[in-house]
Design a protein around this ligand. Structure first.
Ligand SMILES: [Fe+2]
Length: 142
């Protein structure tokens, strides 16, 4: 199944939202390639693109959290590491088994379940904290 980024998934930080949209696009490219029956190599290549972008996006988000002194950084980092591991495992299984339907379903569930849950709860907390920091900063001005 494809995933769609909706305004309700906005975390209130423009750059993070932009990256989340791109993450969904990359997953959709992968899923579309599979649905259209493109070659195994092509499907796995697109999964690798998704994996690479997950790494780039997570690194960005983690950098931002360190920058603003986000209190739940360690917990957030753990979740990122968990997803990174799961995606790497999926890719290995794809390489061994080829893109069979159960693997495609597992990848889809990861995107629609885990990632959307993570964005809605964990990433949204970053946006909330940033607003707090900004309003504190504004209050300090003469
Ligand atoms: Fe995150």
């Amino acid at each position: 199944m494809k995933v769609e980024w909706l305004e309700s998934l906005s975390v209130g930080v423009e750059e993070i939202d932009r990256q989340h949209k791109l993450l969904f696009d990359k997953y959709n490219d992968f899923f579309t390639a599979y649905s259209e029956g493109r070659s195994d190599e092509e499907v796995i290549r697109l999964l690798s693109f998704l994996e690479e972008y997950v790494a780039v996006h997570f690194a960005n988000e983690e950098r931002l959290q360190r920058l603003i002194g986000f209190p739940d950084y360690q917990k957030h980092l753990k979740q990122h590491q968990e997803l990174t591991r799961t995606v790497a495992e999926l890719k290995e299984r794809f390489k061994k088994q080829g893109p069979d339907p159960s693997l495609i379903t597992s990848t889809g569930l990861l995107m629609t379940g885990w990632l959307i849950e993570h964005i809605s709860v964990m990433d949204r907390a970053i946006g909330r904290f940033m607003k707090e920091v900004q309003s504190r900063g504004a209050g300090e001005k003469p």
